[in-house]
Design a binder for this molecule. Structure first.
Ligand code: MG
Length: 157
């Protein structure tokens, strides 16, 4: 049986933090505010996977009040989720994502993100896609470059 899940995440962008998306550091004067490293792309992907498997959501599994997750790389969280997913006998078919970020441009980082995420998810590079859009200077903080939104959809069997 095939199953589908969606994920969505938003993080504020502030000076003095690294911008990490899909496990890849992106050169930027601002980065994601968050309890973990704030990797909004991985957070959206985790929620899409959990949704497809009916296994809850990222906030329940990794509460932002838990000190053990402070500053943690979201790649570690994704690896833990993948372990549980495999234990239940699920396999990722493909994951498609969209990053909405006013600046910087994501183009130069897409290949590296795809390769990193495909490895973490245990799929071929043709089974993970990252697309990027700006907010066309609209939608408040998104359009002024003070926030990032990521969306993900995941198919499993
Ligand atoms: Mg998040």
């Amino acid at each position: 049986m095939s199953r589908i899940g969606t994920g969505w995440d938003i993080h504020k962008l502030v000076p003095g933090r690294d911008l990490v998306l899909g496990g890849v550091k992106i050169e930027s004067p601002k980065g994601c505010l968050g309890h973990s490293d704030g990797d909004a792309l991985i957070h959206a992907v985790i929620d899409a996977i959990l949704g497809a498997c009916s296994m809850g959501d990222i906030g329940t599994l990794f509460p932002d009040t838990d000190p053990q997750y402070k500053g943690i790389s979201s790649t570690v969280l994704l690896s833990q989720v993948m372990d549980s997913v495999r234990e239940k006998g699920f396999r990722i078919v493909n994951v498609d994502t969209t990053v909405i970020l006013q600046s910087p441009k994501m183009g130069p980082y897409k290949d590296e993100i795809r390769s990193r995420m495909a490895k973490l998810l245990g799929v071929g590079e043709d089974c993970f896609c990252v697309k990027a859009k700006t907010a066309e200077h609209m939608l408040g903080e998104l359009g002024t470059g003070d926030a990032v939104v990521c969306q993900a959809v995941c198919l499993i069997d």
